[in-house]
Design a protein around this ligand. Sequence first.
Ligand code: HEC
Length: 145
Amino acid sequence: MWARRALVLITLLSAAVGPMTAVHGHGDAAPQPVDTAGLDPVGTVWLEENPYRLKGGKQYELAQQIGASGYNQNCARCHGLEAVSGGIAPDLRYLETGTDGDQWFLQRIRHGYSQDGSVKMPPFENILNQEAMWAIRSYLETRPN
Ligand code: HEC
């Protein structure tokens, strides 16, 4: 109950301060597309593993940078700045590493999460491309618990 009230409050607050948030870096309330220029395309088939971690090197570094801004724009308002949760949504620093974590991450980011008809987390499929999703996963991998 507490979490639900807090979530409603935060949602209202972020709607109210929406226009200011770019300045403060919390990200707008509406999902934002992420510019993934420079990242190798991953194609249309949904992957089971973070392709940029597998590639390593410069692609992984670039993915982490792009993912940091993608995270700030789209996820931080619920999951917390720099992935440190304030308690209204899970702390993403504790996501499992490796393939199991990858699949769970992709599942949630694509489909979001609803409970009793209310959207707790919006789906990001068709808003973010797969490159952007794996970029955010790459960023989260730089923020271990
Ligand atoms: C409107 C708030 C909101 C936004 C925005 C949001 N999430 Fe979530 N997210 C949640 C909530 C609430 C849950 C918990 C759902 C549940 O009970 O499983 C969750 C769960 C998750 C989980 C599963 C965590 C776990 O420990 O099982 C992942 C992964 C995740 N979100 C990633 C993201 C990413 C990446 C973004 C940005 C692209 C994002 N979320 C944006 C609210 C949000």
